[in-house]
Design a protein around this ligand. Sequence first.
Ligand SMILES: [Zn+2]
Length: 157
Amino acid sequence: MAADRQLDQYLKSVIDPMLKEDGDKVLLLSCIDLRFPNRIIDTMDGLGYRGKYYHLAMAGASHAARHNAEWTATFEQHLDFAVAEGHVKGVIILDHMDCKAYELYENVPPNSEEERLRHIEVASSVAIAVVERHPTLAGYVHAYLMPKELTEEIAHA
Ligand SMILES: [Zn+2]
């Protein structure tokens, strides 16, 4: 799929301010969902960000950061490593609608208004927790909710 224009504009608006100096990087937290990696990478490449970001994929994206003690520790240790060793100056949480992790673990109907509101609630709490853990990231932690990918078969005869 071609790079997404809306995602493209959003990412540029939040990432450019994070990359003030040569060597600055950002950390993306996305879901492992197989519908999204190409779209994310195509969009990041299209913006010229290849080599300027780390991509951590965990089921549910924001949800993963609070799934249980093990997942939370995994997220936090990757975040700590990326900030300490990888010159990460900002974090972007890329949630998506119709997320199986949200359906199963946050108990919301797929692709519903309830799911959308839960993403806002969870991603907000994770963003605040990231800043509490790494105060230098204050103002540079953002979350974006991608719509459901429309790649379903719509007819079959
Ligand atoms: Zn997902």
